[in-house]
Design a protein around this ligand. Structure first.
Ligand code: FES
Length: 372
């Protein structure tokens, strides 16, 4: 359709670029004139070799910064004690190792990212290109042309003519892969062995690493005070840790034990437990409808923190595994493979809740040698 086409008639003749608009109905144009592209403005680095050299040095500097970041990461990973603390203004005490790992990774990523952006803005071709719409599958000639364009792009981005950029980009990308390999190879950590089977609920740990059984009170987290059975009303839920954990342990050991020993305490009407072997066991291991379950999800270990009072379901926010408290926290939905371990509880002479025995199975996700 063009200016000479009568209104209402359809003409499939393509309108060349930069031709006038097409009149629609009611004086409203159906299409507007293609304004075309404004004249291309050349950058300093396109016309001035000195400016191009400066851009090259800036890009190389940024890739070099990335390499420094990666080296900092590796040094922090291998040479800084994970328990060494440092004070950071505005944050407080934190692990020096974590701080340096984070800074190193941030510099490594930032250097590569900024270097690539600077390269694109100063040295890579920036001429505007118009590509008309064409059939979905390109012809063989077009495909060959595409390959040639890529090759030409490599040439025109000056990668082949700028060995400094080539070398520093190669170095930055090559070195950056090391943290990933290190993480894969070195940070999977040792197998849990006995670690998830023994928690602070087991009692007291001696100098030789053996545990002496003791009945610890249930302490509120984070208030660290004991909780009476009468405080737990029907429908309520409490986050609980073993007595002594928060006051006796420090640093990484404290964090480890908190992670393993965290427990949720809820009170149900005793009639609400299901009449199944699991439901009866859940009720018997509780106290007057108060039950305590590990907070560590049996899928991959997220904290199970959402309690639905009306259905008595516990929900893990990570992948929506749902556990039925009325049936010994059996999994009723989601990827978790096992129920949450139950802590057998009772009360002491003062009416405070105590753990009568520790978990009878390892807490948290499955692992290879779990059954042994
Ligand atoms: S960690 Fe709980 S559902 Fe995945």
């Amino acid at each position: 359709m063009n200016d000479h086409t009568p209104q209402g008639e359809h003409d499939s003749t393509p309108v060349p670029l930069n031709q006038g608009h097409v009149q629609g109905t009611g004086g409203i144009p159906e299409r507007f004139e293609n304004p075309g592209l404004p004249p291309h403005v050349h950058r300093a680095s396109d016309t001035d070799e000195q400016a191009a050299k400066r851009a090259e040095r800036t890009i190389a500097g940024l890739f070099g910064l990335s390499m420094l970041g990666t080296v900092l990461f590796l040094v922090a990973y291998f040479m800084v004690d994970v328990d060494e603390m440092t004070f950071v203004p505005g944050i407080g005490d934190m692990s020096l190792s974590n701080l340096l790992l984070g800074l190193g990774l941030a510099l490594a990523l930032l250097g590569i990212g900024l270097g690539a952006v600077q390269w694109a803005k100063t040295l890579m071709p920036d001429e505007e290109v118009v590509e008309m719409r064409h059939p979905m599958r390109s012809s063989d000639e077009a495909r060959e042309g595409f390959v040639q364009t890529i090759l030409d792009g490599g040439e025109s981005s000056q990668l082949t003519r700028r060995p400094l950029i080539k070398a520093t980009l190669g170095g930055a990308l090559g070195l950056f892969s090391l943290p990933l390999l290190v993480q894969l190879a070195g940070s999977l950590g040792p197998l849990p062995r006995n670690d998830l089977s023994v928690t602070f609920w087991n009692g007291e740990k001696g100098e030789d690493g053996t545990w002496t059984a003791m009945q610890r009170r249930l302490h509120l987290d984070p208030e660290d005070r004991p909780i009476k059975a009468s405080d737990v009303t029907i429908g309520s839920v409490f986050h609980v840790l073993p007595e002594g954990l928060q006051s006796e342990l420090h640093g990484a050991e404290k964090l480890n034990e908190i992670t393993k020993a965290s427990v949720l305490v809820m009170r149900l009407n005793p009639d609400e437990f299901q009449d199944t072997p699991q439901g009866r066991k859940a009720r018997d291991w509780g106290y007057q409808g108060i039950v305590a379950y590990s907070k560590v999800c049996t899928h991959v270990g997220c904290p199970v923190g959402l309690y639905e009072q009306t259905t008595h379901h516990l929900l893990c926010p990570c992948h929506q595994s749902t556990f039925d408290v009325t049936n010994d926290c059996e999994v009723i939905f989601g990827p978790a493979g096992r129920p949450l371990p139950q802590l057998k509880i009772g009360v002491d002479a003062q009416g405070y809740l105590i753990a009568e025995q520790s978990f009878q199975e390892p807490v948290g996700p499955s692992f290879w040698e779990r059954e042994s």
